[in-house]
Design a protein around this ligand. Structure first.
Ligand code: ATP
Ligand code: MG
Length: 291
C-alpha cells in the first residue's frame, strides 16, 4: 500500500507530481560525514536529509543527514538527551502527536518525503513499526495482542490462527507460549513481554522496524534473545535501533551513527566506527570516557 493518499493531496497537486527522488544523490554533498563508498555499495531504504527538530524553543536535532540501508541494522548511539529517541520517532512521524514538536528537513522512505503533503500516517506507521524501551503489551491475552492489529486492518479472520503462530515463531516466543495463548500478556516475564511486543509489531507487516532501547529493562539472558532475534529480523526487515550499550551496538548492528548534542558526529560501518573512529569525541564516547 502506498503511503501517499490521493485524497490528502491539495487540489493543485497531481499524483504524478509526487515522483520518488534518487536517494543516493542526496548524499553527494554529505561526504564529510557519510562515507561515499557506503552510499555506493548498499541499497538505501530510508534517507534523512538535513533534519532539525525543536520542542518549543528547545533545538534538539540540527541538520541530521544519514542513509538507512535496506535489510541492515543501523544503531544510533550517543549520550543521554542527545536526541536519539526524537530522531527515531521522526522516522515514522510519531512526534506529530507532541504538540510543541516542530520538524524541518526531510525523511524519505523509498524516495518519498514522509513530511510532504498527502502522506497517509496510518499507512506510514504500518510500514514503519516501532518497539519501545519498556515492554508495553496490551492488557489482553497473548493471542489478542497479536490479532489486534490485523483485525483493525480488516484481515479475514480465517487467517488468524496461522498468523498467531507465524509471528510468535518469528519473535522466538512460540515454544514458550504456544500452550498458554489465552493467558494475560502480563503473565509473561519482561523478556517474553518484549518479544510479544516485537511479535505484535510484526503482525502489522512492517518493512522497517524502529527499536528504542529494547533491552534496557531486561536481564542479560533476555537481552541475548532479543539481540539474536534482531539479527535474524534483518533478513526480512530494515532495522534501526537506539542503544546505550556499546557492546550491543557492536554485536547487532551493521552501521552506527554517533550523535552528540543533537548533531550527527560520525556515521560508518559498525566495524570501522568502533575500530577506527575518525573524530576524537567518538573515540572518547565508545571507550566510555564520557556520556
Ligand atoms: N515530548 C517532549 N517534550 C519536550 N521535550 C522533549 C520531549 N521529548 C524529549 N524532549 C527533549 O529533547 C531532548 C532530546 O531528548 P531525547 O529523548 O530524544 O534524547 P535521547 O538521546 O533519547 O535520551 P536518552 O538516552 O536519555 O533516552 C531532551 O532535551 C529532552 O528533554
Ligand atoms: Mg531515548
Amino acid at each position: 500500500m502506498n503511503i501517499v493518499n490521493k485524497k490528502l493531496l491539495a487540489k493543485e497537486t497531481k499524483e504524478e507530481d509526487i515522483v520518488p527522488v534518487d536517494m543516493r544523490a542526496l548524499f553527494k554533498d554529505e561526504t564529510e560525514i557519510i562515507p561515499e563508498k557506503l552510499v555506493k555499495k548498499y541499497e538505501i531504504r530510508m534517507a534523512v536529509k538535513k533534519l532539525s527538530h525543536w520542542y518549543g524553543n528547545n533545538h534538539v536535532l540540527s541538520g541530521i543527514s544519514l542513509p538507512i540501508f535496506k535489510n541492515k541494522v543501523t544503531a544510533i548511539i550517543g549520550p543521554s538527551g542527545c536526541g536519539k529517541s526524537t530522531f527515531l520517532r521522526d522516522l515514522n512521524r510519531m512526534n506529530d502527536l507532541i504538540k510543541i514538536s516542530r520538524v524541518r528537513g526531510k525523511v524519505y522512505l523509498d524516495g518519498i518525503n514522509i513530511y510532504s503533503e498527502g502522506i497517509d500516517l496510518i499507512q506510514l506507521r504500518k510500514k514503519i513499526g516501532m518497539v519501545f524501551q519498556k515492554p508495553n503489551p496490551f492488557p489482553m491475552s497473548i493471542r489478542d495482542n497479536i490479532t489486534y492489529g490485523p483485525i483493525i486492518h480488516g484481515i479475514n479472520k480465517a487467517y488468524l490462527p496461522g498468523l498467531i503462530k507465524s509471528y510468535l515463531v518469528k519473535a522466538a516466543l512460540w515454544d514458550e507460549v504456544h500452550d498458554r495463548l489465552s493467558e494475560s500478556a502480563f503473565s509473561l516475564s519482561g523478556g517474553q513481554q518484549q518479544r510479544l511486543c516485537i511479535a505484535r509489531a510484526l503482525s502489522i507487516e512492517p518493512e522497517v522496524i524502529l527499536f528504542d532501547e529494547p533491552c534496557s529493562a531486561l536481564d542479560p539472558h533476555a537481552t541475548a534473545k532479543i539481540e539474536d532475534l534482531i539479527t535474524k529480523l534483518k533478513a526480512e526487515y530494515t532495522v534501526v535501533i537506539v542503544t546505550h550499550n556499546m557492546q550491543q551496538a557492536a554485536r547487532v548492528s551493521d552501521f552506527t551513527a554517533f550523535f552528540n548534542l543533537g548533531e550527527l558526529i560520525e556515521f560508518n560501518s559498525t566495524r570501522d566506527l568502533f575500530r577506527s573512529p575518525i573524530r576524537k569525541i567518538t573515540e572518547e564516547y565508545i571507550s566510555g570516557r564520557f556520556g
